[in-house]
Design a protein around this ligand. Structure first.
Ligand code: CA
Length: 228
């Protein structure tokens, strides 16, 4: 679970926030002045900082300005009501979000969850997703399909249909289900659109390489099997 640093000189607020965070399962640290807060934030031990603006020694905006030289840790500012300038400068200086005092703890918790989620998304290394069946492989990120070392040129919908079938390998997909996934739930075009696109794919893949990639399951739909 994430570690949250609370930098707030009003002991009552700091303690209340800390107890709520511990209750939610977070680890916490506290600082009651800006200099200590900055020092703790720079230690790299915390995943997010809740930072009050009106602080002794160094104010919150100054803490943020200095922190941003070395760290992109998520920061949620606590501002006094109507301190519009503080909000604007805070966001310009790289705060991720702000809360106006007095605030509902549920809202702060929600904003913390959101900021942590965004930060972890930014950090995550996207794995390269390659879907295969027999001699056919589809690279989701590169948007390429290869069979026997040759690249197959597909349109966007053809690619989506093939990707959907490969993602659900060995599962028979109904026409409805394929239509919803590839064309969207609001699709009101030709009802046989899936059949038409399966035909396109077969012309480009099955016919060329003499394989049976997409199998028809009579009365049900289509499936790509592992030994395609
Ligand atoms: Ca304060």
């Amino acid at each position: 679970m994430a570690s949250i640093l609370i930098v707030e000189d009003e002991e009552k607020i700091a303690r209340f926030v800390e107890l709520e965070l511990i209750h939610e399962g977070y680890q916490t640290g506290k600082a009651a002045d800006g200099r200590t807060g900055l020092f703790m934030a720079e230690s790299g031990e915390y995943d997010l900082m809740v930072l009050d603006i009106m602080l002794p020694v160094l104010n919150g905006l100054e803490v943020l300005r200095r922190l941003r030289k070395t760290s992109d840790m998520p920061v949620i500012l606590l501002t006094a009501r109507d301190a519009v300038m503080d909000k604007v400068s805070g966001l310009e200086m790289g705060a991720d979000d702000y809360m106006t005092k007095p605030f509902a703890i549920e809202e702060l918790l929600a904003r913390i969850r959101l900021a942590l989620r965004k930060a972890s998304k930014g950090r995550a290394v996207q794995p390269c997703t390659v879907l295969t069946a027999g001699e056919v492989s589809l690279n989701v990120e590169a948007h390429t399909v290869v069979c026997r070392g040759e690249q197959i040129s597909l349109t966007g919908r053809e690619f989506s249909l093939l990707q959907t079938l490969l993602e659900n390998k060995n599962i028979v997909m109904s026409r409805d289900s394929l239509t919803n996934r590839v064309w969207g739930y609001d699709y009101f075009g030709e009802t046989n659109v899936v059949d038409v696109y399966v035909r396109y794919l077969r012309q480009k893949i099955d016919d060329v390489y003499k394989i049976q990639l997409i199998q028809t399951v009579r009365g049900v739909g289509y499936v790509i099997k592992d030994n395609g």
